[in-house]
Design a protein around this ligand. Sequence first.
Ligand code: TXA
Ligand code: MG
Length: 320
Amino acid sequence: MSQPVETEILPPDAAGLARAADLLGQGGLVAFPTETVYGLGGDARDDRAVARIFEAKGRPRFNPLIAHLPDVEAARRYAVFDDRAERLAEAFWPGPLTLVLPLRPGSGLSPLTTAGLDSVALRVPAHPLARDLLRAFGGPVAAPSANPSGRISPTRPAHVLAGLTGRIEAVVDGGDCEVGVESTIVGLVGAARLLRPGGLPLEALEACLGAPLEIGPEGAVLTAPGQMSSHYAPGAPVHLDVTSPAADELWVGFGPGCEGAALSLSPTGDMVEAAAALFHMLHEADRLAGGRTIAFAPVPDHGLGRAINDRLRRAAAPRG
Ligand code: TXA
Ligand code: MG
């Protein structure tokens, strides 16, 4: 765990939102109301801020997050919209709908936001405070629900504070959320697919598209993301828990005691730094490996280390 921080409760007015935007700009974490549930927001372009979201929630996995934007124009900078996406966005944004779309190359989003996938989940929330905050901040905000992993989703500030006090910089006090369940997620990479039922009914989506949706995630998408994208699986073989690498291995260290390593997830053993660096290191190690095996030093399996190890195990898993 990082040092505890003092969690500010910000009023739902111009001064409160200005402070919230300021904290986001400094890489801080700010919980804010949306019409569905409270989101735990951080700058979606900032590796360290997104790593801290996972730390604050105690999530054991780096699953992809939703990037929140104030309007469809802003959203188009991060993803490629086809006709179906344009139609759904026009009909239901702002509102409780998340679209999973092809990531726009050079989007600038942190690979932790997308979990290294080449798709991205985007949402334009309807809550006036959320939209004002997104406008004031002026960038994409990654935000899962503002609760510790495995606990129920927060629909009022007291829920957020009960779970996250001392772990986030602030919460914007916007009272109760109207919808109370998360956004409906529609995948539009390939066939239109309902990835998560939520605040917007399926019937409304199908009426808008004029066609039925496939239901549920495509077999392999979420269970074996290692096969989804080059970001996940280096071309080189990967070994884990290596404390003394062989001569033909490219060693990636963690913490002190790995002085001979070619790369390091964090020379000081800082978990947030390691999580923030993880996807970049997988890429860089693959680039440098040149036929060698990539050998990762052990990362302690607690806190963010669990999510780091989960991702490393996927990178090391045998490939078909
Ligand atoms: O209502 C909501 O959507 C709330 C508020 C805060 O906006 N947010 C929320 O985020 O529920 P979260 O992180 O709890 O849920 C994000 C979901 C996850 O199930 C994740 O797997 C899916 O979105 N997701 C994100 N990116 C994806 C992608 N590229 N492909 C498939 N699924 C994706
Ligand atoms: Mg959630």
